[in-house]
Design a protein around this ligand. Structure first.
Ligand code: 6R9
Length: 657
């Protein structure tokens, strides 16, 4: 490092607040700090501005209907179609030639769709789905990798009022079957495979394995992504995508009129208990909220080229690759593959080539970039960038500063956005043209979003103290319920801090947090049994049940331990059944069992065999202790344990490895 670099690093190291660069503020969509007060005084009508970003077939009567709280309804009486809002209206207003989707395949090939082309393709797929028998309100499962057909399929579903349920392609066959059974989904679009680091992955066999466990008949459409790289034949009831869709190119499919509160999609996510939760989002509130936050937080404008590197299989991709950016008429970039193929500068090559204006990624990726070194971004001209974002997990100040300096060139604000599958869109973040930034702290709640940090009794904690994050007013993008399970919806999110007798409802996202004297919130992480691996939510219960399903395993406890790149990694503590040896072979079978049940993202980092698990006197597994062991932390007081000696035994074993 040169002398200049050293002093720059030192200065950055010490700096803990950053003003938004003047060049950014000059052009930002939101610059008036009065917006916070304005929203507060005018709540809930403040959300009319978000609704105004959409085109309505029928104006709504009421902004917010609190009558059935916590089953809130937004923009009731309104009618609209999400696919119309994301495509047709841009074509009608003369922007049909603008690029809607710019796709980068892992092998270097590209495909792009103008809004006009997207309209044609979406109508063709909509017609195909109808031909297959899909009717309004039928759930269509999309088990697809990052190929443009996924975006097209989502919008085609929205066009005919069929909610989609996207299952992340990296999830296992079991996960697919569970979700299809849970949502009674009789239609599936999948692909034969995709590319990862240059190798072709067979996705069709995994799909077929999953379908064996689906309890009802399914009509399946298969996209041919791999061509000659996969020797595949389709089974009965399976159709080739291109064959069917090609026959419908040129068809007109009018967007169906949907009520504001009609379901737009389902997205399954992990929680404390075993079964994934089917989070239900509806049409108007979700679309208005993702469009508004895309404009206010991501600062998107129609002429922008914007890239969010998430996978559409997660909520981030739904809200901020597909719906938000397309509702605003932006060009959205989709990338199929990994950041290090063919080399570790792939992302920066994509940014340079497409002259990306706004880039949104996850802290886990930034930590990997840091590890690889600044020489990779330095090979490229990143001057097109104007704003950077992160999402998925807390970002540590060191990674924040690296991102700020080496990717943003100290000229781009960073928005650290806290939100969840359930919240539909951003909730806590700075407004990039308004607030100063504090690395490590996401920022204040957005205007109109009433976030408060409380103690176990629900009382607000003082600045600097840790507590539980809550949201004390509804917002348009919120989940409406868990699919066919209103009871669990109340239990999971509302029971903890609400006072139903007083009709006071408080949303509990199950995150811990602290707040400073400027109302900036630092999110500390989950307080339930959810592990956040590389920004992906995994339930410990789901992983434990997969492990216990392996022959020879008597009991298992899974925890998240600190990991340099992934943030958290999965650590499994396992007790074998009598007569079984806790050896490498069994550890291997356990890892395979987890990959089969959930997917490679849930792969345990380490499997530790132990004669006992540390338990409280009432028999509860002390997960905190296991987490500390996995993270290499100092161990706290173990005297409340029924079996304190076992902790040292396990710790010794972990250190030996
Ligand atoms: C969008 C998304 C939600 C959980 C959430 C929290 C963690 C997300 C964060 C963050 C700290 C941020 N999380 N963003 N923690 N800072 N900026 O990730 O949705 O997959 O449902 O995960 O992720 O713990 O509760 P989802």
């Amino acid at each position: 490092m040169s002398q200049d670099d050293v002093s720059l690093e030192a200065r950055l190291e010490e700096q803990d607040t950053f003003e938004p660069p003047e060049s950014f503020v000059e052009q930002a969509n939101v610059t008036d700090e009065g917006i916070y007060e304005e929203f507060e005084e005018n709540w809930p009508e403040c959300w009319e501005g978000a609704a105004d970003l959409l085109s309505w077939e029928q104006e709504y009567d009421t902004v917010l209907d609190e009558g059935g709280a916590p089953f809130y309804e937004w923009f009731t009486g309104g009618e609209l179609n999400a696919s119309y809002n994301c495509i047709d209206r841009h074509v009608e207003s003369g922007d049909g030639d603008r690029t809607a989707v710019e796709w980068e395949g892992e092998l270097g090939e590209t495909r792009s769709y103008t809004y006009e082309e997207l309209l044609e393709e979406v109508q063709a797929v909509a017609a195909t789905l109808r031909e297959l028998g899909v009717e309004e309100d039928d759930v269509v499962t999309l088990y697809m990798p990052m190929i443009p057909e996924l975006t097209v399929a989502m919008l085609a579903c929205a066009r005919i009022g069929a909610p989609h349920s996207v299952v992340f392609a990296g999830f296992s066959a079991d996960a697919l079957a569970t979700r299809m059974n849970s949502s009674d989904s009789e239609y599936l679009i999948t692909a034969d495979g995709y590319y990862r680091r240059g190798d072709s992955l067979d996705h069709l066999s995994k799909t077929n394995e999953g379908l064996e466990d689906v309890e009802h008949e399914t009509a399946t459409i298969v996209v041919d992504r791999l061509g000659d790289d996969l020797d595949h034949s389709l089974a009965d009831g399976q159709h080739d995508y291109e064959e069917l869709v090609d026959e419908n190119r040129g068809e007109t499919v009018e967007p169906v009129t949907r009520d504001a509160e009609d379901m737009l999609f389902l997205m399954y996510t992990s929680g404390t208990t075993g079964q994934p939760k089917g989070v239900k989002h509806t049409t108007a509130g979700y679309l208005a909220y993702t469009a508004w936050t895309s404009q206010a937080v991501l600062d998107l404008e129609p002429g922008d080229t914007y890239w969010c590197s998430a996978d559409i299989g997660w909520i981030t991709g739904h809200s901020y690759i597909v719906y938000g950016p397309l509702a605003l008429g932006t060009t959205t970039v989709m990338y199929e593959g990994t950041p290090d193929y063919p080399d570790k500068d792939r992302f920066w090559e994509i940014v340079e080539k497409n002259e990306v204006d706004v880039f949104y990624t996850a802290p886990t990726a930034i930590r990997a970039f840091m590890k690889w070194g600044k020489e990779y971004p330095e090979k490229h001209d990143l001057s097109s960038l104007r704003l950077l974002g992160t999402v998925g997990e807390p970002i540590n100040p060191r990674a924040w500063k690296w991102y700020y300096k080496h990717i943003g060139g100290e000229e781009c604000p960073i928005v650290d956005t806290w939100w969840q599958t359930e919240t539909g869109g951003h909730m806590i973040t700075t407004l990039p043209g308004v607030n100063e930034m504090k690395p490590g702290s996401a920022g204040p709640g957005l205007p109109g979003v009433d976030t408060r940090i409380v103690d176990a009794q629900g009382e607000e904690v003082d600045a600097g103290e840790a507590g539980y994050l809550t949201v004390q007013k509804p917002w348009p993008g919120m989940l409406r319920t868990l699919y066919q399970n209103d009871e669990r919806f109340i239990e999971e999110y509302w029971e903890e801090y609400s006072d139903p007798d007083a009709d006071e409802w408080v949303y509990f996202p199950e995150d811990g947090a602290k707040i400073d004297e400027d109302d900036y919130i630092t999110v500390l992480g989950r307080v339930d049994d959810v592990i956040n691996v590389s920004g992906h939510r995994l339930g410990t219960m789901e992983i434990e049940s997969a492990i216990v399903g392996v022959e020879g395993v008597a009991e298992a406890a899974v925890v998240g331990g600190d990991h340099e790149v992934k943030g958290e990694a999965v650590y499994a503590y396992v007790i074998t059944e009598d007569g079984y040896e806790g050896d490498d072979e069994l550890a291997e079978e356990i890892v395979e069992g987890v990959v089969d049940a959930i997917g490679p993202i849930a792969k345990p980092e380490d499997v530790v065999f132990t004669p006992e698990l540390p338990k409280t006197r009432s028999g509860k597994i002390m997960r905190r202790l296991l987490e500390d062991i996995a993270s290499g932390n100092e161990l706290g007081n173990t005297s409340t344990l029924r079996n304190p000696e076992v902790v040292d035994e396990i710790a010794a074993q972990v250190q030996d490895e």
